[in-house]
Design a protein around this ligand. Sequence first.
Ligand code: CP
Ligand code: NVA
Length: 331
Amino acid sequence: AVNLKGRSFLTLADFTPAEIRYLLDLARDLKAKRRSGVCEPTMQGKHIVLLFEKTSTRTRCSFEVAATQEGAHVTYLDAGSSQMGKKESLEDSAKVLGRFFDGIEYRGFDQKVVEDLAKYAGVPVWNGLTDADHPTQILADMLTIEEHVHKPLNKVKVVFPGDVRNNMCYAWMIGAAKMGMHFVGIGPEELAKQMDPEIVKSTFATARETGGLIEITDNMNDIKDADVIYGDIWASMGEEELIPKRSELLSPYRVTEETLKATGNPEVLYMHCLPSFHDFETKLAKEWHDKGVDIREVTDEVFRGRHSVVFDEAENRMHTIKAVMVATIGK
Ligand code: CP
Ligand code: NVA
């Protein structure tokens, strides 16, 4: 039987397909319990800390709500508000936090930081997004796919048109390879060239073992037969100065109604980790729009249309993050 007590959750690459299956099933179970009003808190008396060096809506709120529903207490520290990394080494901070808390969530830049936290803290550390991965997002995405696409994950084709060198594309390559899925990252050669060669190599190798298939192409025709078109913004947090360049490079990869039609799948799903620039309603999108730069990675029509399950997906962040915490530190 699968037992994840005491384990960190840094990347899905560290987990077996059976362990990932266990987390998805646990999330489905916890979601059903929540829906039917059953309350069996498994984290009473536990304390967790959330460290965010980048902003967040879904991830932070998922950890807070999920932990609170399970009876735990949450401390939130944003980038400027602790000594970590500035007046105190990461190692010392990790050792201290490990004495106070039963679990630590971290969102930041370098994957090495989340690995070092886990190395020194002595308690489970959960990756809430780095430049190289976003594993809790992938659990939510897989759960959402299972709720909407009625076939096993290893028969599902996910296509990601956009910034193939970002955390979401990497996270999908890692997760899809593990679960034997077909994943296609579609983006311009210029971005594909910048991909992390280690992640490419290891995910291609894993897919060969699991019967999955990972592909990186620049050809939008490869969306054919997709079960899921997956979106993300074109310039990630911390890369805002690249917006004009990325908009130029990625405009042929914007997802429109035509893109959905070109899959040939009348039931294709549109998914997105969020936040999204599907219109010019946000401050950032509007400012660039006024300067003649269109940063929409998807049209508003698709985002709000019948294929889109983006808000089901967002809700599932909470249920899957809860599963990760319950599995690793719950009673
Ligand atoms: N998808 C996601 O991680 O959202 P937040 O940045 O709002 O946490
Ligand atoms: N690639 C995006 C994902 C946000 C959830 C970013 O890192 O900003």
